[in-house]
Every structure is written in structure tokens, then in C-alpha cells.
Design a binder for this molecule. Sequence first.
Ligand code: ADP
Length: 286
Amino acid sequence: MTAELIDGTAVARLVREDVAKGVAELVAAGGTPPGLATVLIGDDPASEVYVRNKRRLCVTAGMADLHRHLPGDVDQDTAAALVDELAADPAVSGILLQLPTPAHLDSEALLARIPAAKDVDGLTVANAGLLAQGRPGLRPCTPSGVIELLDRYDVPLSGVEAVVVGRSVLVGKPMAQLLLERNATVTICHSRTRDLAEVCRRADVLVVAAGIPGLVGADGVKPGATVIDVGIHRGEDGLHGDVDTAAVAEVAGRITPVPGGVGPMTIAMLLANTLTAAIAQQGLGG
Ligand code: ADP
């Protein structure tokens, strides 16, 4: 392997340490510790693991864990009432509705009740609109984690060719907008893109978030490029990404491993957003 590995586990730890410092400063300045309300509906095992990790790291960073759990058969009105209660509670700095919610619920309607100022996942229409217009707001955690990784590894973005594979609301679309905000020349690929490998080969920075194991191979990577793999797939022999890591690592300049790349950054950025939200709500400089 010739590519440098981008260590998301280490960078996420640094980000969490910065957040913990920021929390301590907020409290020292007379503020109250930020509170994160994770909302889990039902008992999906994967969601339970994600929420448990978010709660644990939130406490480690000095924030209040204001977790709420609703049964999987809860009705829309009850779930909506909980979101409204958290929205009105001054102890709650951030609300995170763990997705996916059970199929009988309208998750978009629930998300819409989260005030933009408490939308620490950055998924509401209001925050998506602010991002689209290049105005300040809470940014989605996974793509902002990718930017943080690129910055901490001093990967230049201004003027470079950036290719994003995937156009989801959660990752691809905001990722492209964040790269555009940093003055990259951005191309977005999706399931209808003709000759994906050819387009990907233009990239100085390639971000792959298509949800397809091994979609990008060595023929889709320019020598020396920085490759960020957002995919996570559980196989019989462990976790894999959307990139054929072993093959691409022979061509790329830098690459994120799976696991240990983008994954740990998502929670770190959630904590960073929760601190940002708390500082804004409490009106104290951070
Ligand atoms: P995520 O969890 O990263 O948000 P989703 O599974 O929600 O991913 O969305 C997958 C995205 O990947 C979609 O935007 C889709 O257009 C894109 N995509 C799917 N198949 C391909 C493909 N063969 N080539 C490029 N992009 C693809």
C-alpha cells in the first residue's frame, strides 16, 4: 500500500477534546452544560448501538445526556408531542431524532418540528436551505466530518477538482455544497452517471457515498488523489466501504479506512454542533 491512511479515530478524538474544552469554557463563562436529547423510537438493534455511542460520548464531553425512548408502536401525535416538548425545553440544546423511524411514522413531519437552532443533525429543511444559500447554520454531521478530516490533513480544497459519488440528502448533496463553499470545482455523480470511473478519475478529492460496496476501484482514482469512503457495509469478513480500499490504496495519495475513517467523525461533529447550538442559545461567546 502506498497511500497515507487518514486516521478518523484519532481526528475524532481531537475534535471531541476541543468540544470538551469548549464546554468547560462555556460553563466557566456562566453558561450551563449543553444538553443533547437523542430520541430513539422502537428497538432497532443498530439504532440502539448508534444512540448508545452518541450518549456515551456526549457525557464524556461534559454535556448532559437527555435521552428519550419511545415504544416502536407509538403514534405520530405522541412522537410529535415529545419533539415539541424538547423544542420548548431550555435544557435541551440539541435534538437528534435517530433515523430510520418505524415505517408507520412520518419522519419528515417529525424532523420539521425540530427548531433549526436545535437541529444538531443539520437535516431540517431550514438548515438545508441555509447551507444551499451559503449562510451560517448547523451542518449535517457526516459531510462536515469529511471537511474536518480534509482540513486536519491539510488537503487543499480551493480550486481543486472534487467529485462526490451519491446525491442523498444525508450525505452527497450537503457534501457537494460544503465543498463548493470551500471553492472546490464540484461534480456530483449518481446512479445515472455515464462512465462513473472516468468522472471519478478527474478528482483530486473523491468522496464516495453511494451505499454500494466496492463501487469505486483503482480505475476510478487519479494517482495521488485523496479518497474519502463514506460507505459502511457489514460483510461476513468485517466492515467494508464503497471503495475497494486495498486496490485504491495502491493509486491514491491518501485514503480513509473502513472502519476508522469517516465513521467516528460523525458523532464528533454531532457533539461539535451541540456545543455550537448551546453557545448560540445561551448568548455567550464560545
Ligand atoms: P447515504 O447513506 O450515503 O446518504 P443513500 O443510500 O441514501 O446513501 O443514497 C445513495 C446515493 O448514491 C444516491 O444518491 C444515489 O444516487 C447514489 N448512487 C446509487 N447508485 C450509484 C451508482 N451506481 N453510481 C453512483 N452513484 C450511485
